[in-house]
Design a protein around this ligand. Structure first.
Ligand code: GTR
Length: 324
């Protein structure tokens, strides 16, 4: 009898400790589990679950198992998914202001990108995203992107002539490769390895950690340092999900996202070095381009066309360029 009463009260205590209905959040991630972004997303998920006492249980789905990035952006916008780590590249097709971040050589370096995104200009991007259903809670690093190819190193813009490159889903990148005399094919990240291997494309472009984790280095061993794109990434929550939260939970989620970004940036710095060392050891040829400015000098028409189509964004471009 006594035993039964204790057992019953324990069961009751367990029942009241766990929230009646935990809010299960589904989070999209393109990268494998050991990638800096993935580790930071897991930290975010664990912290949100802990600090909300299990009211929210975020789960991260790695390796793009929930779909390609452009589709995932749509799903977070319409509330089908709750959160994600998105690159601002494919975002440009939906939130035009974010296209400014995809202009080649818009940032001088990654430090300037951090200054811009962590300051008032970053808030302007967050506002533009919020209007399209995405709450950007913090900004992740994605380093800088360079071209890599299957058969020869790129030294000058002339070397790009006639080559076929995979780019992310954004017309700006097609214009960028056009200006270098190459052909660009927008393609999902998950299809690039096979396309490089079978010769459907001659090259692609990315940062060292993605060049490594996607195994593209195995089939495109010439990595030429052009640093032509520096594109930030967000930890974004669906507006629907966000608006369903109490103020207290919003504060918890925001704080966890900011902490996750801090962790991601620290892990990123280490991973860039480790990935470069790994691909070099595996036989990749890292080619220090002698005159990266020659590539930048070709980008005038990309800017002109963009500003002509988006005159209201010219000031934003200028504000970024003058941030120091
Ligand atoms: C990676 C980025 C991904 C994805 C990928 C790509 O660097 O983190 O979100 O945009 O590049 O090239 O598709």
């Amino acid at each position: 009898m006594t035993f039964n009463r204790i057992a019953l009260s324990c069961a009751f205590a367990a029942f009241v400790a766990a929230p009646a209905f935990a809010d299960d959040w589904r989070g999209w991630n393109i990268h494998p589990e050991d990638y800096p972004n993935s580790i930071a997303l897991e930290t975010f998920a664990a912290e949100v679950a802990e600090k909300t006492d299990g009211r929210i249980e975020p789960q991260v789905y790695h390796n793009a198992v929930l779909g390609a990035q452009p589709d995932a952006i749509e799903q977070v916008r319409n509330g089908g998914l709750d959160f994600a780590n998105f690159n601002m590249g494919p975002m440009g097709q939906i939130v035009p202001a974010t296209n400014v971040l995809s202009l080649p050589f818009i940032f001088q370096d990654v430090d300037q990108m951090h200054k811009v995104m962590d300051g008032e200009i970053g808030e302007r991007f967050s506002d533009a995203l919020a209007e399209e259903g995405l709450v950007a809670l913090s900004w992740f690093d994605s380093g800088s992107r360079s071209f890599y190819t299957t058969s020869k190193a790129i030294q000058t813009p002339d070397d790009v002539k006639g080559m076929k490159f995979r780019v992310m889903n954004n017309d700006l990148y097609v214009d960028m490769v056009d200006q270098l005399g190459g052909n660009a094919t927008p393609m999902a990240y998950g299809e690039v390895y096979q396309s490089l291997k079978t010769g459907v494309i001659d090259g692609a472009e990315n940062n060292y950690p993605s060049y490594d984790s996607s195994n593209h280095f195995e089939v495109a061993p010439y990595y030429s340092i052009t640093n032509h794109l520096i594109i930030p990434e967000c930890l974004c929550v669906s507006v629907d999900t966000w608006e369903s939260l109490s103020e207290e939970d919003q504060a918890i989620v925001k704080e966890a996202a900011v902490a996750a970004a801090k962790e991601q940036r620290a892990l990123w710095a280490e991973r860039e070095k480790a990935s470069r060392a790994k691909v070099e050891a595996a036989g990749s040829q890292i080619n220090e381009v002698q005159d990266p400015k020659a590539f930048q000098d070709k980008m005038g028409p990309v800017y002109e066309k963009f500003i002509e189509a988006n005159p209201d964004l010219e000031k934003l471009i200028k504000d970024i360029q003058s941030t120091s």
